[in-house]
Design a binder for this molecule. Structure first.
Ligand code: PRT
Ligand code: MG
Length: 219
């Protein structure tokens, strides 16, 4: 039986904010993915390794057993659908909000009142579909892979659905929030089969991360 644990992470904020939680579980990466080109990173523990993948690929790796554990934003998990994943812990990291935003001069409320079709650009297609369907607003969805903020500025869309943390990006592009869809944070996700077959290895790691999260929350 495979006696190693593989944790999938994305570079950037998720990696940085997961580090202290791993430290609490006694796990220290041997390299920094920002400076290393390695995609598999060893840790101080011979039986624990990290893999570095795109944020949107984390649930896919964990679902199919390419990794036993992963850290992914709720935004990414909603789009993935969550099949094959156990999602035991809200880590409370990489916090932001999923929002609807429009250009400063666009009268969103009036368009909604008149029952107009609204052109919405987003990377979060499922989230957007569900949000506007629940409101009974008809939309034309334009799928993008990044820089959603640009779409309304060049007439590609009337509105965007995107993540906002400080609001600086919206402000710099003269966009304003018109709806707050949901708060977002990252969760620890676990491959459902690994949870059984690697229980002895995984249980102490999950418990340590869970108490580190509780301690962080208590301040
Ligand atoms: O960047 P890349 O294309 O490689 O992938 P990614 O954007 O999927 O990864 P990454 O590392 O940027 O984001 C990983 C996770 O962090 C996301 O899935 C979210 O759960 C979470 N997170 C938290 C954020 C933000 N805050 C955030 N502000 N993800 C993205 N942003 C972007 C947002 O899309 C917008 O373009 O930052 C911009 C807004 O920031 P403010 O501070 O100007 O409001
Ligand atoms: Mg990004």
């Amino acid at each position: 039986m495979d006696s190693t644990v593989t944790l999938a992470l994305s570079k950037g904020r998720i990696f940085q904010e997961t580090l202290p939680l791993l430290a609490a579980a006694g796990i220290t990466p041997q390299e920094d993915p920002e400076s290393s080109r390695k995609l598999i990173i060893g840790t101080n523990r011979a039986d624990v390794r990290l893999i570095v993948v795109r944020a949107t690929d984390v649930p896919t790796y964990v679902q199919h057993g390419g990794a036993d554990l992963g850290v992914a934003g709720r935004d990414v998990l909603v789009e993935h659908g969550g099949e094959g994943l156990y999602q035991p812990i809200d880590l409370g990291i990489a916090r932001c909000r999923m929002m609807v935003a429009v250009p400063e001069g666009y009268d969103y409320a009036a368009q909604v009142r008149h029952g107009s079709r609204i052109r919405v650009a987003t990377k979060y297609v499922k989230t957007a579909r569900e949000h506007f369907a629940a409101k009974g607003v008809h939309i034309d969805l334009i799928k993008l892979y990044g820089s959603m903020e640009l779409a309304p500025l060049v007439g590609l869309a009337d509105a965007i659905v995107d993540l906002v943390s400080t609001g600086a990006t919206l402000k710099a592009n003269r966009l304003v929030v018109v709806e707050d869809i949901a708060p977002i944070s990252s969760r620890l996700i676990v491959n459902q089969a690994a949870l059984k077959t690697k229980r002895l290895l995984l249980a102490p790691i999950l418990a340590a991360i869970e108490s580190a999260v509780a301690a962080q929350r208590a301040g």
